[in-house]
Design a protein around this ligand. Sequence first.
Ligand code: GLN
Length: 314
Amino acid sequence: MPTSSNLSNKVPFTTMIGFNLNKTKRHFTEVLAERFPQREAEQLMRILLEDLFGIDLKRQLMEPSLRIDELQHALLRTSVDRLLAGEPVQYVTGLAHFDGMAFRVNPSVLIPRPETEELVWKIAAQLPTDRPMRLWDIGTGSGCIAIALAKRFPLAKVTAFEVSPLALETAKGNAERLQVTLDFVLDDVLNPQSETWNEPVDLVVSNPPYIRESEKTAMEPNVLEYEPGTALFVPDEDPLLFYRQILSLAKSQLNPGGVVWFEINEALGEELLCLCKEQGFQADLWEDYAGKPRFVCATRTSGINVMVSRRPSW
Ligand code: GLN
């Protein structure tokens, strides 16, 4: 039987371990609020606790006596320092949420944007999800589009193309974590070498680089300093180069009734519609949640839309 002195030794010891979560949260929120607006500071703290430690907002609010240990506290401190230095929170936690899933991200890939999530939703709303088809995602980055579509179109054979080996590894890791099977091809769409480009395809999706170099001045420093420039920027002299190349590949490989979906620069919609027309596509502009022209859906003018009834192409 324990003696009373044993007990009194134990109790203070256990209550002393670690740090009270609520107090820690309050402290670091105050630190963050010196650089960010209060609401944003609170939001960032919520994300850190959720994505670093898996403590969701409900637990943060409902379990006031929750404690974190020394290591967790140290990780929070360095994470807060990184946020104060301007690093995007998704790179700090290594996680970005997209279409209800958590994707691993790092500076070799763009942080998935809400517009891109909307692109996935628009495609899923437009096409029957229960038909076999071949799908290409060109410039997959973290793999968010390809993986989200592979989940939503379980009968699709999805191929994700990427020019950056590091980004491709990230996308592969995400597919594994999220338990979807897709093909990955390391290749440059501007200088295509892979045999896969010779295969037929039903749906081509791409969110290629589309920000003109001259638009850099209007961009947030945390995007410019941390996100991969190769995934973002195009020369002012030829801002649609990726679209032209993708349309030309799609022109020769798209099955009858096939569709191309793009995310686009809001300032280049009309120009891109002209390009689509020139290349023999009928195309429409779609707005994003902010009312900006953000997507283009293109179909071959010569083809008939038989996506719904067509037999699988492989
Ligand atoms: N939408 C991204 C941004 O505003 C750009 C994505 C892209 O260039 N494809 O940062």
